[in-house]
Design a protein around this ligand. Structure first.
Ligand SMILES: *Cc1c(COP(=O)(O)O)cnc(C)c1O
Length: 455
């Protein structure tokens, strides 16, 4: 065995041990970054170390600083795990080390993007001729879609952003719900569009379509982008797409949907009614590394007018080999990148259409079990309608909710984030991992009951 094979074998052994230990280890990391720095050794050595020894040191020193994100009892933020086929495919992506820039030089990447992209459009009920970009995550997917939106709405009034930039351009109105994700603000600021105008949301965080209509009609027509949401971070709620898209259409606005995790409702026949009207938008951002459970990092930018996405994202370089069918680099902000479509293809190929629906349904079923279990705890209440994967609960006043949260995290059975929603401190559960079992939910509910009884 040569040094490379030895290093790969060690990595395989460490990976398998890590994954096998997930169901029994405490979910939170046990050591802070400073301790991991000491264990890794902060000094740069003068000479070489064998690759296998480097892998051993890395795995051993980092282990206490790892959180069990891929395990069945991590419910913080919105974080998926890794389906076995997607994880294994991701290892191949590293070994293959393809640069997914050009169709002519990376034909396998282009093929995987073509197939996985078409499957995604089909599963998510989006227009089949849309452009699809495989980004690092939903933040950059929102960025790519909103770049296409900005350039298109300014193009409609005769302004060429690609050539003339934004200095001196007509003002662009960007309108979003008050409970949009912070990623929207990030993307807008990077695009030179400033902060969005906010429209009121209801008790589930959904945009109020009548307020949106009012906001759109109180000012003179201008290039306008309306940002809607499929899947509110706290409630899991979906904007009322038929009414909101209708209002935006009347104002000739570009409609963008941030559906980082919620867009996947469309893949489940039981849940697809939540995304009714959503396919009538112009662009959609979602993640593959959340609900679809591929390893980090992978988001998806989808734009109905494939040419608009390409116009915003691609430039011709004299040294590149351009393909008239379009190159993988034409749909994302960067040039060089890894083959993100391979794990997506593997996830979809291993699940099949029914498997994707079962995955999404299973996450929602577990969220419902959490809601029922928590509602039965004395002093606790669930604040949201549990329509998807998210549950927000309180345990009395803010101080007590925070104490229950701290107690739960100290105990380590599960990881759940605290948050503030509609003025109250909440325990916010997101069920996003394919590997969560009924037993994980039962163990977590027992831990929540213990924490609530103790404070
Ligand atoms: C997670 C999330 C984002 C940001 O996605 P990243 O993959 O972290 O870049 C945007 N919008 C919503 C609704 C999200 O849940």
């Amino acid at each position: 065995m040569d040094a490379r094979e030895m290093a790969l074998h060690r990595a395989y052994e460490h990976a398998v041990r890590w994954l096998a230990g997930l169901s029994d280890r405490p979910v939170p990391a046990r050591a802070p970054a400073e301790e991991i720095v000491r264990a890794l050794g902060p000094g740069l050595p003068d000479g070489p170390t064998s690759p296998a020894d480097v892998v051993d040191l890395l795995a051993t020193a980092c282990e206490p600083g790892l959180t069990a994100f891929p395990g069945g009892r991590f419910y913080g933020f919105v974080v998926g795990g890794s389906l076995p086929a997607a994880l294994a495919a991701d290892w191949l992506v590293s070994a293959w080390d393809q640069n997914c820039v050009m169709r002519a030089v990376s034909p396998a990447c282009a093929a995987a993007e073509d197939i996985a992209g078409a499957w995604l459009l089909d599963l998510l009920d989006l227009p089949p001729a849309s452009g699809v970009g495989f980004t690092t995550g939903a933040t950059m997917a929102n960025f790519a879609c909103l770049a296409a939106a900005r350039d298109a709405v300014l193009g409609n009034v005769g302004w060429n952003v690609a050539r003339d930039g934004l200095t001196g351009a007509p003002a662009v109105r960007v309108i979003a719900g008050a409970e949009r994700h912070i990623a929207i603000d990030l993307a807008l600021s990077q695009l030179g569009l400033g902060e969005p105008e906010l429209v009121a949301t209801d008790d589930q965080g959904r945009i109020r379509a009548d307020d949106l209509r009012h906001t759109l009609t109180t000012e003179a027509p201008a290039p306008t982008i309306v940002v809607l949401q499929a899947g509110n971070l706290h409630s899991g709620g979906f904007d009322p797409f038929p009414q909101a898209v209708g209002a935006a259409r009347e104002a000739s606005a570009w409609v963008h949907v941030d559906g980082a995790f919620g867009l996947w409702a469309a893949a489940s026949p039981r849940l697809a009614h939540w995304t009714t009207g959503c396919p009538d938008a112009d662009s959609w951002a979602t993640d593959a590394h959340k609900t679809l459970n591929v390893p980090y990092d992978c988001g998806l930018a989808v734009v109905r007018d494939a040419g608009a996405l390409r116009a915003a994202m691609s430039r011709k370089g004299a040294y590149l080999i351009h393909d008239e069918r379009g190159d993988p680099a034409d749909t994302v902000p960067e040039l060089s990148r890894r083959g993100r479509a391979f794990p997506v293809w593997a996830a979809l190929r291993s699940l099949g259409r029914d498997g994707v629906a079962d995955l999404v349904d299973g996450l929602c079923r577990h969220a419902g079990e959490f809601a029922a279990g928590i509602a039965a705890i004395e002093g606790a209440s669930v604040l949201n309608d549990v329509v998807f994967t998210q549950v927000c609960a309180t345990f009395g006043d803010d101080a007590r909710t925070d104490r229950v949260m701290s107690r739960l995290l100290e105990e380590g059975t599960a990881w759940i984030s605290g948050s503030t929603w509609q003025g109250r401190r909440v325990m916010r559960i997101s069920v996003s991992n394919w590997s969560t079992t009924d037993d994980d939910v039962a163990r977590t509910l027992t831990a929540i009951r213990r924490a609530a009884a103790a404070v």
